[in-house]
Write a protein that binds this ligand. Structure first.
Ligand code: 2BA
Ligand code: 2BA
Lengths: 141, 141
């Protein structure tokens, strides 16, 4: 049995690089956010500011709940309401150089975690899938 | 280092029992399915037949894609289109008595896997969260 060691693996090597991460911006209208989520097929994506700093997450659930709250006639409000108004901005992140062990603790309650640098710029995301693949590769092939 | 052994743990002991699993039925209208998904907060739930047999999964994504395809005026069609018409019915399952090792392989590409008995009745679901908790408990506290 090999030593099971997530404390020696850094998130940097296993994250999905930010250029491959679908995201939306704070001031995008909800209609644009729903289009990105529907086209990519993801249930939630990171929200960044214009300068690439990480701000939080937005999910299909957030937008559907908002749509349910609107009158049939006002669905075109989705052009006016922005991501900023329905996103979740209380989200933990990982720093570059942190370990997969720390990521494991966060991925128990979250589908993915954003990895940021010291200026809070998003460098990538670490997903449950990436972590499970590492665990599988270490023990079973 | 303890031996990392998912081959000795059975899915039965770690699955969420079916009485705690939100689900919809084949003949439910999409409007009901969207309500269940929105109220529970889940992105996808199992689809069962009237006798409890497992039939597949339905997700918010399936329903939103259908809504996008409809004319504004026809949204009330959601009362008439049923789960059966938009669900994914090509879904792998786990059998009672199978191991967490087998579950690990399936959970790399799926958020959760349904556990069924020999009559294909759903007994529970095994989620990525349940598996990650077991891995964390075995190595890190
Ligand atoms: N287009 C696709 N092709 C193939 N498989 C797909 C897929 N979309 C989703 N999946 C599968 O479904 C899981 C859950 O996706 P979800 O969108 O809820 O949740 C995703 C999504 O919110 C986010 N995510 C993943 N990759 C992303 C990316 N490139 N850009 C932005 N967000 C991403 O991280 C969460 C966890 O992703 P993870 O890969 O662990 O787990 C994914 C993956 O196994
Ligand atoms: N109401 C809630 N309270 C607290 N945390 C919540 C939550 N809803 C979702 N989450 C968190 O978000 C993750 C993804 O949820 P999702 O709905 O996309 O994907 C879920 C959902 O599709 C399904 N699922 C989980 N529990 C379920 C249940 N009791 N009934 C039906 N489906 C369930 O299994 C997938 C994976 O679930 P998992 O627990 O691994 O992972 C969950 C959990 O960590």
């Amino acid at each position: 049995v090999t030593e099971f060691d997530l404390t020696q693996k850094l998130v940097n090597e296993y994250m999905i690089d930010s250029d491959k991460v679908a995201h939306v911006q704070l001031n995008n209208p909800l209609k644009h956010a729903l289009l990105v989520l529907t086209k990519t097929g993801y249930n939630a994506v990171p929200v960044l500011d214009y300068d690439g700093t990480f701000k939080g997450l937005i999910s299909k659930s957030h937008i559907i709940e908002k749509m349910f709250g609107l009158d049939q006639i006002e669905v075109d409000l989705l052009d006016e309401i922005t991501v900023k108004h329905v996103m979740d901005n209380d989200i933990k992140t990982l720093q570059l150089g942190e370990t997969l062990e720390k990521a494991l603790h966060l991925l128990i309650d979250h589908n993915f975690v954003c990895v940021v640098n010291h200026s809070n710029i998003m460098e990538g995301i670490l997903t449950r899938r990436q972590l499970l693949k590492q665990i599988r590769n270490q023990f079973y092939q």
